[in-house]
Ligand binder design. Structure first.
Ligand code: PMP
Length: 291
């Protein structure tokens, strides 16, 4: 299937989309990004993702006037090309192109918006329940993990280490002690019926799926404790799951080679998955009616 991209004001086949070699995103990872899931051509929690994109850009002092409106128009154009697919919309904002030099360019250059749309099949019930294996690794990242920065080296190395150990995700812990989040996800545990996850702040990305999951938990009347927890508490948890845009709510059924619970999604994880899915379906049918 043809994949489409947007760059410098034009929508074109992804293989024809090019940026200058001196784009600061390429040279320095000097940019921010978002990934948004499309369900039948409808971007889920779109406004929240775009608001986070704008916050991330502002935090690294990229001034992109009308970013949200532009991104919406770009999304419309890409969706029109691809049709009502299940997919992933990717946005990246870089500081723009200038001769390579660390400080911000003088005179200032315009930031660059890049976008792509790729098919991403909806998860099956089997995938939702069977979950993934994870390993625990030291969190070696900087202290601005709330910024969705394109510079993802520590995350990439952690994910690769996980893959090489037969797992999919790396759960990160500061000093191997306090669990922060996954290399590409937020992490939740259930202990004695109480849901725990690291509070937002400099150590984690404020995940949109995390936010929706907490809303689902509230609607179920679950007790939630947003307090950091330790690797020991993680290992002793009744249930573990990760959340992100591509995996939604995904049980961790093996941790460092040890089976978690009974090796499949636990009861609270399943309840949350059910509510999450119905919220998705609701939002998608509402928005497609208004399209
Ligand atoms: N933390 C990190 C480090 C991530 O890369 C992601 C995925 N982008 C998340 C959390 C989850 O964020 P979201 O639910 O908004 O996809």
């Amino acid at each position: 299937m043809q994949r489409w991209a947007y760059v410098d004001g034009t929508v074109l086949p992804i293989e024809d989309a090019k940026v200058n070699v001196e784009d600061r995103g390429l040279q320095f990872g000097d940019g921010v990004y978002e990934v948004i899931r499309l369900y039948q051509g409808v971007p889920f929690t779109f406004d929240r993702h775009l608001a986070r994109l704008q916050r991330s850009a502002a935090k690294i002092r990229i001034d992109f006037p009308n970013l949200i409106e532009t991104a919406k128009q770009v999304a419309d154009a890409l969706i029109q090309k691809s049709g009502e697919i299940d997919g992933a919309l990717y946005f990246q904002v870089t500081r723009g192109t200038a001769p390579r030099n660390h400080p911000f360019p003088i005179p200032a250059v315009s930031p660059r918006l890049i976008a792509t749309l790729s098919p991403l099949p909806a998860l099956t019930q089997e995938q939702r329940w069977s979950g993934i294996a994870a390993i625990v690794l030291a969190d070696e990242r900087w202290l601005h993990c709330d910024i969705k920065a394109t510079d993802l080296l520590p995350n990439i190395l952690a994910r690769q280490a996980a893959i090489e150990q037969g797992a999919e995700e790396a759960i990160l812990a500061r000093d191997f002690r306090i669990v922060t989040e996954g290399a590409s996800s937020n992490v939740f545990i259930v202990q004695s019926g109480v849901l725990r996850t690291h509070p937002d702040g400099p150590f984690i990305l404020p995940g949109i799926t995390k936010e929706v999951t907490l809303e689902c938990a509230a609607s179920l009347g679950l007790q939630v404790d947003q307090r950091p927890f330790t690797v020991e508490e993680l290992r002793a948890a009744d249930e573990i799951f990760i959340t992100n845009t591509t995996h939604e709510i995904c049980p961790v059924t093996q941790l460092d080679g040890v089976v978690v619970g009974n090796g499949t999604a636990g009861p609270i994880t399943r309840q949350l998955q059910e509510v999450f899915l119905s919220r998705c379906q609701q939002e998608v049918s509402l928005l497609s009616q208004h399209a």
